[in-house]
Design a protein around this ligand. Structure first.
Ligand code: FAD
Ligand code: EPU
Length: 337
């Protein structure tokens, strides 16, 4: 297995940051990964990389960066209602979603165009437009980097939450996800609960609802407000949408009648962090090449040569101002390296 020295990561992260990895290699199957893990250069410190669309490198990575390139999409089972599709962790996420749509398999259409690879999809239970992967996730196989064994995780074992799973918590950096199996529906259950989808479908003149139409509506909405990493470096939402309790919510609503908030099943309220950040005056802010996206304040951007540290420091200032104005502490969603 070829292990390269001092590799520039600029083209391997959607923020376009110029950090380097002390060592870098790719693997295309479990055996190659196992062989890499035998190498002393990989044993001390290593990180599994997918599409690099949810990481912020604040410094050079002083270890081995192992890029997962396990490919393959396969229908592995079927029953009356569902078809089970298994995809290699290194498959592009949107490519996988489009494969399902082309085969008339429903459930992932609302998650169209999310950047990154299949292997990272369970890491933070990716979600968009009223759907999260936990709604269709069946199981995954992961390689334990220390024990060198393959472990299966079903839906319950992943303990999915909002932008959360066991892989971000107790099993952080312990596993390489090898493949993920999704359970897709033969009969679609359309989810257009996210208001913007209905409006876009109407704008598109769609008469007969289909998973293809929903996918296209989601793609249209996303491209209208999220920056394309090929043009402006970013990692999507930099922060999570925070939850507050009823007392806090009512106090905020009293002071700010336009507050954007959604009731949660547990009685708390989720606040739109983008709205909070915009109210603090950050929308469109730019300092050098680090900035806050002009159409979506939840997205921090690199206009070219910003350092990871500059973006991190900007995120700290955003956190402090939101805390001061609303007494709400924003949590970063992006993985800080
Ligand atoms: P990476 O950035 O490569 O890795 C992310 C983390 O997962 C790292 O900690 C890495 O070590 C780990 N990891 C990656 N692959 C594996 C593996 N095979 N095994 C073990 N660990 C692994 N996210 C959403 O949820 N919803 C959105 O709507 C959304 N929109 C976005 C829009 C834009 C423009 C961008 C740039 C990002 C957006 N994101 C969104 C964030 C991002 O697309 C997702 O988090 C995606 O799943 C990251 O995939 P990746 O392969 O790029 O992961
Ligand atoms: N808003 C503002 N100002 C802004 C941004 C947003 O007022 O600058 C308001 C909007 O007007 C809207 C509300 O906030 O009323 C919600 O905005 P939007 O629909 O854009 O969604 P979001 O809550 O900002 C979340 C996810 C996105 C996901 C979209 C669509 C998180 C952290 N982010 O963003 O995920 O694509 O919903 O479902 O939950 C990501 O994780 O990287 C990501 C992009």
């Amino acid at each position: 297995m070829l292990i390269s020295d001092n590799v520039l990561l600029k083209s391997y992260n959607t923020f376009g940051l110029s950090a380097t990895a002390r060592y870098f290699s790719t693997f295309s199957n479990q055996q190659e990964l196992a062989a890499l893990l035998e190498d002393p250069r990989v044993q001390e410190r290593r990180m599994i990389l997918g599409g690099g669309s949810n990481v912020l490198f604040t410094r050079d990575f002083d270890g081995a960066m192992l890029k997962n390139e396990i490919k393959g999409i396969e229908i592995i089972g079927e029953d009356n209602d569902y078809v089970y599709v298994k995809a290699g962790a290194g498959e592009n996420w949107n490519g996988f979603v489009q494969y399902c749509i082309q085969h008339n398999l429903a459930g992932l259409e609302n998650l169209s165009l999310i950047p990154g690879n299949v292997g990272a999809s369970p890491m933070q239970n990716i979600g968009a437009y009223g759907v999260e992967i936990k709604d269709t996730f069946q199981e995954l196989e992961a390689f334990h980097l220390h024990d060198k064994t393959v472990v299966k995780f079903d839906n319950a074992a992943c303990d999915f939450g909002y932008r959360e799973s066991v892989f971000k918590r107790q099993y952080k950096d312990q596993f390489a996800i090898l493949n993920v199996t999704y359970r897709l529906s033969k009969q679609p259950h359309f989810n257009t609960s996210y208001g913007a989808i209905e409006a876009e479908l109407e704008h598109m003149g769609v008469k007969d609802l289909s998973i293809q139409a929903i996918s296209q509506a989601v793609i249209n909405i996303r491209t209208s407000k999220l920056p394309n990493p090929a043009e402006i470096g970013n990692a999507g939402s930099f922060f999570k949408n925070p939850a507050v309790d009823l007392v806090h919510y009512e106090a905020l609503k009293g002071t700010y009648p336009n507050l954007v908030a959604y009731p949660l099943a547990d009685g708390n309220f989720k606040l739109a962090a983008g709205w909070l950040i915009e109210q603090c005056g950050w929308k469109g802010y730019r300092d050098g090449d680090a900035g806050v996206h002009a159409k979506q304040s939840l997205v921090l951007v690199n206009y070219g040569n910003a350092s990871g540290n500059a973006i991190y420091e900007l995120s700290q200032k955003v956190i402090e101002s939101v805390k001061e104005k609303f007494n709400v502490v924003l949590e970063r969603e992006v993985n800080i390296i």
